[in-house]
Ligand binder design. Sequence first.
Ligand code: 3PG
Length: 207
Amino acid sequence: METFSTLMGKQTLLPIIQADTIEQGLAIGKAMVAADIHLVEVVLRTEASIDIIKVLKKELPALKVGAGTVIDAGILNQALDAKSDFIITPTLSTSLLTQLANCPVPVLPGVSNAADILLARDFGYCQLKLFPASLSGGVAFLSAMSAVFRDITFCPTGGITQSNQQEYLDLANVFAVGGTWVAKPDWIKMGQWSKVTAACKAAQSVD
Ligand code: 3PG
């Protein structure tokens, strides 16, 4: 099966969509596509999230749309029913990894310490999300992990901003960075979609 980083291709920004309504979710998706984004994560943290995945898949068919915040089989099934192109978890457990073992789309499991990394690796994962990156040791932690887990690469999220993303991307074991800084809640509230496009463009122009 394709890996998560293969799906990402050259895109090193994993833009996260968190919105309260379908209309907002679609507007954010369109604003991201206007910045040449071809893959987004919708975090399943609002009532509208699953419907946002469905509408993005329908209205923007070229966009790869994944589901984040997957923490159990029920949520996983909803995400797969919505035709999510990939699955991201914020953390992991043996039972969650067992449920993900037959997942038909790429999975990016979330880790926050060395024990999590080893558990994910035991289940065959070599690409992981570090979450919440800034609270889990950030760049220094990832740098230390590169010596121990030489076959693991990361997409850190949580506390990444325009001003610190390059420090992460400069690490050899980081293939992408993700976050909500490119679609800030205030902009969403005010319908300032051009700011989303501009932030996505700025984020991609620094790597
Ligand atoms: C995630 O789900 O990865 C985080 O909520 C993103 O964190 P951020 O809001 O600090 O970017």
